[in-house]
Design a protein around this ligand. Structure first.
Ligand code: NAI
Ligand code: MG
Length: 327
């Protein structure tokens, strides 16, 4: 069976790390891909007046999976509709420390399961008077239950014992109260073990004692912020993959952005995007190939070569070639 994959490199280092991940996928035996590249991002906006052309949206909405790199300033106009195009409600962000990589907290093995459709990223913002702006935060019981079900399933299927529900229900009593109630109800119905944590205190605890946490189920904004914090624990954004899933299709992307400070130099770390491609393989049902790709990345992280963000002097191409060689 041929897997129809939409590839959207986007801006900056997206143009470097996405081809690297495609190269790794093409090196796999036994999986037949057809890659089709589409445009999105700042350059597309400058050329066409649209950051996300209809054609790209439609392609993502009908492909088996989409591999995305990053967009620059237009990121919100690209990524939010793309996540919607694939009908995803869960943003899964694993943050693991790897042997061979200098990590602030080498014992870190966390997975953020972030609600991907509502919260303060509802997009309902307005300037109601000169100098006065508002934002409407949307939290529904259905979406909160859905992400909780997903998070508890993920923990069970992937062997994580600790499940934590992040929230700030002591202040946002109605909205985060609803999120927490829904998540607790799901946990209780399943007889699952879980804790809840105020998201600000959780940020501190993750920094001090990440080993006490496993799967963190979080509202949209909290999941975004806490997973970047976790990137700092394990050695930087160049290592963090993510999956936008929940329905049949999926959108797979590194957590990082377009990194204009290093774009065009050929030194971006491709690991986050290659690991995102591994999540895509899992989603498509190629668990063995996904494990092979992860092993290859882990081998390269353990023994080098490393890009400059990890203290090495290798290029994106060197690291990609080393991953392919291990496959
Ligand atoms: P960023 O993730 O692009 O970069 C932050 C820092 O991490 C930079 O110093 C960068 O060099 C480094 N870095 C990131 N990925 C790396 C990699 N693979 N290898 C080596 N170093 C890496 O975040 P920043 O600087 O806040 O945003 C830059 C642009 O990216 C902005 O225009 C922002 O809007 C956009 N952005 C897009 C996202 C997306 O498309 N999903 C997500 C985050 C930011
Ligand atoms: Mg972010």
């Amino acid at each position: 069976m041929t897997e129809d994959i939409v590839v959207v490199p986007g801006d900056g280092i997206g143009q470097e790390v996405v081809p690297a991940a495609v190269e790794v996928l093409e090196a796999l035996d036994g999986v037949d891909f057809e890659f089709t590249e589409y445009d999105a991002g700042d350059e597309t906006l400058a050329e066409t007046g649209e950051a996300l052309p209809e054609e790209t949206y439609e392609a993502a909405a009908s492909a088996d999976a989409t591999l995305f790199g990053a967009a620059g300033e237009s990121a919100a106009d690209v990524i939010l509709p793309l996540r919607e195009a694939v009908d995803s409600f869960a943003n899964v962000r694993p943050a693991r420390a790897y042997p061979g990589v200098d990590a602030l907290r080498p014992e870190t093995d966390l997975v953020f399961v972030r609600e991907n459709t509502e919260g303060v990223y509802s997009g309902i913002e307005s300037e109601i008077a000169d100098g006065v702006t508002t934002l409407t935060r949307v939290v529904t019981e259905d979406a909160s239950r859905r992400i909780a079900e997903f998070g508890f399933d993920y923990a069970e299927q992937n062997g994580y014992e600790d499940v934590t529900i992040a929230h700030k229900a002591n202040v946002m009593r109605v909205t985060d109260g609803a999120f927490l109630d829904a998540c607790e109800a799901v946990g209780d119905e399943r007889g699952a073990d879980y804790d809840d944590a105020l998201m600000d205190a959780l940020a501190m605890h993750l920094l001090l004692r990440p080993e006490e946490y496993g799967v963190v189920i979080a509202p949209n904004l909290a999941g975004d912020v806490l997973s970047d914090l976790a990137a700092g624990l394990v050695g930087g954004l160049g290592l963090l993959p993510s999956a936008n899933v929940g329905s049949e299709r999926g959108l797979f992307e590194p957590v990082h952005g377009s990194a204009p400070d290093i774009a065009g130099q050929g030194i971006a770390n491709p690991c986050a995007t290659v690991l995102s491609a591994a999540m895509m393989l899992d989603h498509l049902g190629y668990g063995e190939a996904a494990a092979d790709v992860r092993d290859a990345v882990e081998g390269v992280l353990a023994e080098g070569p490393h890009t400059p963000d990890l203290g090495g002097d290798a290029s994106t191409e060197d690291v990609t070639a080393a991953i392919v060689e291990r496959l």
